[in-house]
Design a protein around this ligand. Structure first.
Ligand SMILES: [Zn+2]
Length: 350
């Protein structure tokens, strides 16, 4: 009893209640100055492994139940693009080792990760073969590292997600498959989102849902459509940005107050004014939970305070909750009887 072998797996935890899987490493490490926006390749895993491990720890401290290896975009196509294919295996193995270390020390689940290959094209058999080969090598390293389950994420072609799913299922491990929905509420091959999720479920996905691209407000209506279409647990990992019906994706957001962006648009390095506050993330979490969503997280743009809000909205008190807001002793806005009246009376002048 009590040995790590008896630790509950993903599916057992989902049967008991919601699971939180923090991610969004690309954007957070970019903001911290360890990763370049544009190519978005996680070389930080090799160049500053301590920063990756530290971010994993901060997300666990904030309430994540899972440490997901930072192998997002650590695939052959991305490494080809930056001329460093020779780093592919070392980068993947190192990312897995860093996540495993933090998962083991914290008793959280350890997840592998694959994602959109950027080589896949609908109806192109050669592209499908290349995508499958990319999944096979990354999934192979994840299995060798001893992951508890594997996430396949940010797929905008459902057919590519189905290939990734097949590769994961061949290992016998649970598969979490999430789609990325751009402006049009459909996959790139034109399937409706509920239909795509149903097909993934039928093909053996243990969890299906959405991640990235859409913020809380424009992800919720899609989740509502997915719920009645599938029986497996549904995942929701929005970006923490104020997308809305006219600008439903974070790439479509336009800033009326500024336009001098290097990329011509706020995405990816000037989305700050659109960032959801932690209470908006709490609201999203409660609404998604009420719809029946069971697997939670926040994608690109997420920081630990968002994850803490998510955890607290689910009724948890992660270690970081020790520092959650308590304004009772604030010099001007507090209620503590020992606070000085001269300061409390000055509150309207702040
Ligand atoms: Zn993302």
């Amino acid at each position: 009893m009590g040995t790590s072998d008896q630790r509950l797996g993903l599916l057992e935890r989902l049967a008991e209640g919601p699971v939180i899987c923090a991610e969004g490493y690309l954007f957070e490490l970019e903001r911290r100055g360890y990763l370049q926006a544009g190519a978005f390749v996680p070389e930080v895993v090799l160049e500053h492994p301590e920063e990756v491990a530290q971010l994993h720890r901060q997300f666990v401290h904030a309430g994540s139940d899972v440490v997901e290896a930072f192998t997002y975009y650590a695939h052959r196509e991305k490494l080809r693009l930056i001329g460093k294919e020779e780093l592919l295996e070392r980068l993947n193995r190192q990312a897995l080792a860093l996540a495993k270390e933090v998962a083991e020390e914290s008793g959280t689940l350890f997840a592998g990760d694959i994602c959109n290959t950027n080589v896949y094209e609908s109806g192109d058999a050669e592209a499908a073969r290349r995508a499958r080969a990319m999944f096979e090598e990354q999934v192979g390293w994840a299995v060798e590292a001893g992951v508890d389950f594997i996430v396949g994420e940010t797929f905008s072609y459902a057919e590519e997600a189905l290939i990734g799913l097949e590769v994961i299922k061949q290992t016998g491990l649970p598969a979490v498959i999430t789609l990325a929905v751009h402006r049009a509420p459909e996959t790139r091959e034109g399937w409706s989102i509920p239909e795509a999720c149903k097909r993934l479920e039928d093909a053996g996905a243990d969890v299906v849902g959405l991640n990235c691209i859409r913020g809380p407000q424009t992800m919720l209506p899609l989740l509502q459509e997915i719920m009645p279409a599938v029986d497996v647990p549904v995942a929701a990992l929005p970006v923490p940005y104020r997308t809305r019906s006219e600008e439903p994706s974070f790439q479509s957001l336009r800033d009326p107050d500024y336009e001098d962006f290097p990329s011509g648009i706020p995405f990816p390095t000037a989305l700050d004014p659109f960032t959801c506050n932690r209470y908006e993330i709490s609201d999203f979490t409660r609404e998604a939970r009420d719809l029946g969503v069971r697997y939670f997280g926040v994608c690109c743009g997420a920081a630990p305070h968002h994850i803490r809000s998510m955890a607290e909205a689910l009724g948890r008190t992660p270690p970081a909750s020790r520092y959650s807001e308590d304004m009772s002793k604030h010099v001007f806005l507090g209620s503590d009887p020992s606070l000085r009246r001269q300061n409390l009376e000055y509150r309207s002048e702040l």
